[in-house]
Design a protein. Sequence first.
Length: 269
Amino acid sequence: MKKINGIGLTKDGIDLYSKDDFLGMQKAGKLAAQILDEIGEFVYPGQSTAEIDRIIENKVSKIGAKSATIGYKGYRHASCISINHVVCHGIPSEKKLKDGDILNIDVTLIYKGWYGDTSRMFVAGNLARKAERLIQVTHDALFKGIDVVRPGITFGDIGHAIQEFVEKNRMSVVRDFCGHGLGRVFHAPPNVLHYGRPGIGARLEEGMFFTIEPMVNLGRPETKLLSDGWTAVTRDKTLSAQFEHSVGVTNDGCEIFTLSPRNRFHPTY
């Protein structure tokens, strides 16, 4: 077994990390989650997503961390903020939030060489019933995926658990984007699909680190990329939502590195 970023590398090219490495991910993940805990008070009608991003960038700097996204493939912001029918990678701007807007805020930071990556939904003002249901289904779908994580299952088992739950609720799972390995790098194998068949794909082993981050649409799953090269939107212009956690596979399950210190992961709890 080769050593690449962690203590070893599986036959599928996935890094394996040690128990000591879990400590680094715990700290990075907690800091990223802490920033999202603190940013909620700045999400309201009339606020710009550019100002939210400036606050995030300042908070990342104050805790002694570094933004993983500033400079990544030319990206210039400390967060991605995706509003309403934007599926992911929304670019912060001076456009003001409106009452009833739902938005995903995605933050990745680097702390002492470890990557903390998480996103969650926020609401500006009053929440419409259909948006509330979408947020709830997406939140629960993430945890359906996390609940099956343990050594010996496959990545197809994770995707199947998410897809089955979402489609039972008459919504759709985005196919064009997926979760990913991370640790001492931002993106690494495996690709963590949020749909699939049981028993398909690489088998999980203790020491794997990766994100699970399902994007769920009220309408069809198809997306399109805007001319800025980043922003992905629903092709049918229906609402989309996303939640993301970073996890590490343990000997009998998994550890979530990005749990909310203030229990604010769900916007209405």
